[in-house]
Write a protein that binds this ligand. Structure first.
Ligand code: AMP
Ligand code: MG
Length: 474
């Protein structure tokens, strides 16, 4: 197989032993049509040399990759779904296919699937992913990466030729299988399952494994000290994640404990939405009737989830150190919010207090003015250096109103991270790159109606341009 020296297979999950997973068989699909391969990430893990038929054999039929798992493993977990405990879940339509190293930073990566067939945890589900669901996940992972959110990456999307029935969308609908790259698939719910079973041995083993492979700062510790250090590190990572969602204008939609990765990596994108304009009550999932996971409630939802993790860990650690471990959430969140918002604006941070004042002024302006969330960040990238661009924006008039003065004055006091970046082709466009619900529906309608994939690839090109502008060095 044509892998490059950057391909570094791993098998670490097997260290945990059989109590944490079940070997499963992939579904056999009637056809496999490659719709998306993530070349940049394929190169980073040494797999860019795969010809399309080889790619499809691995990421559509799940022929094992060399040196890693010989057969797929459905991971065991439970979780609180909309705050109700569900002991019947687990990998019901996905599995761990392979593990390997990130060639750039040495992170342990999982190649996990979505839509790869039924498992012992499928309950009444078909184990499948709709093609629309796959398209939506590819788009949002690319966008969030461009916006600087620490997210799973979509590596591959293959259409699988089946007809799926779903109560909440026109059926039959087309099917797909997605492969994603995650820095662990260990969820808060993985610990909850061990606690539910009162299996302290497994719980301790999972903490030890997580510390060793994902939190080296906790690896050398033992017993309660290790458990508390682990929870404190997960707390900080999760607070940073919540802040990055808020700065991105992203609403995950299903912040259940089984969708929370211990590494603070955002993943599992179902009914997500991007904010059209700043609105704390904006809800992504139509079935979230009480707005539990509304945009503005995400930080508290994450904190609630952390408390459930702490509750599970309480079986092997006394209460006080766990309570202490949760304490850094608020401060970490605020600091990260300042940093994320300023980075989105291409501005240097100052100090915690002044950064937070700027963020609150921006959010209050965005709420009052209801201008496009993304438009504001696009118009004012780099601060004052963008004033001539902002003067040509569709929101230019609003920037002339007194409502904008507090933000304008604060922006004027800030230095850009890199003044040359506003010269990037992305910022010469009239509009920012967005991924609002109507745009996603239009992309899907072209696929569903005429099998026209051009709008999908065009959007990915736009996102890549944005990523180049925001993430790459000028
Ligand atoms: P999610 O909402 O995608 O995080 O999934 C929650 C739980 O439902 C997990 O255990 C999934 O594996 C399971 N699940 C979701 N969709 C399906 C499906 N089509 N077939 C089987 N299990 C599913
Ligand atoms: Mg999930």
């Amino acid at each position: 197989m044509p892998v490059t020296p950057l391909y570094q297979p791993e098998l670490t999950l097997l260290e945990l032993g059989a109590g944490f997973y079940d070997p499963v068989e992939p579904a056999s699909f009637p056809s496999r049509i490659l719709r998306y391969r993530n070349e940049r990430w394929a190169a980073r893990i040494g797999l860019e040399g795969l010809a399309d038929p080889e790619w499809t054999a691995h990421f559509g039929a799940f022929d094992p990759l060399p040196g890693t798992l010989k057969s797929p493993l459905a991971l065991r977990y439970h979780g609180h779904q909309f705050q109700s405990y569900n002991p019947q879940i687990g990998d019901g339509r996905g599995f761990l296919y392979a593990q390997l190293r990130d060639s750039e930073d040495g992170r342990l990566l999982d190649l996990g699937t979505k839509g790869s067939g039924q498992t012992p945890y499928s309950r009444s589900g078909d184990g499948r992913l709709t093609l629309k669901g796959g398209v939506r996940e590819v788009l949002i992972t690319a966008l969030l990466e461009a916006l600087g959110v620490y997210t799973s990456k979509s590596l591959s999307l293959i259409e699988t030729g089946e007809r799926l029935y779903r109560g909440d969308e026109p059926s039959p609908t087309r099917s797909s299988v997605l492969v994603r790259l995650n820095h662990s698939h260990i969820r808060f719910g993985s610990f909850q399952r061990c606690a539910f079973e009162k299996n302290t041995g497994r719980l301790s083993a999972l903490v030890k494994y997580a510390a060793q492979h994902y939190f080296p700062a906790a690896a050398a510790l033992e017993g309660e000290e290790q458990v508390a250090a682990f929870l404190s590190l997960v707390t900080k990572k999760s607070a940073q994640l919540a802040a990055s969602w808020m700065a991105a204008g992203f609403v995950h939609g299903v912040l259940n404990t089984d969708n929370m990765n211990i590494t603070g990596e955002s993943f599992d994108y179902g009914p997500y939405r991007m904010l059209p304009h700043f609105d704390p009550d904006f809800v992504a999932a139509y079935f979230d009737e009480t707005g539990l996971y509304a945009y503005g409630r995400q930080p508290q939802a994450v904190m609630w989830n952390l408390k459930q993790l702490a509750g599970a860990l309480n079986l092997i650690c006394s209460k006080d150190p766990l309570v202490d471990a949760l304490r850094p959430f608020g401060e970490t969140y605020e600091k990260a919010l300042g940093k994320c918002v300023l980075t989105r604006l291409g501005l240097k941070t100052d100090n915690h207090d002044t950064d937070i004042i700027l963020v609150s002024e921006i959010f209050s302006f965005l709420r009052k003015s209801e201008i496009g969330f993304e438009q504001f960040f696009f118009d004012w990238y780099g601060g004052d250096v963008s004033a001539p661009r902002a003067a040509k924006s569709p929101s230019a008039e609003i920037y002339q109103t007194p409502n904008f003065n507090p933000v304008k004055n604060l922006l004027a006091q800030r230095a850009p991270l890199d003044g040359n970046k506003v010269g990037h082709a992305y910022f010469q466009q009239a509009q920012p790159c967005t991924l609002l619900i109507d745009e996603i529906e239009a992309i899907w309608d072209a696929v569903a109606g005429q099998d026209d994939w051009a709008p999908f690839y065009q959007k990915l090109d736009q996102i890549e341009l944005m990523r180049g502008a925001l993430q790459d060095q000028a």
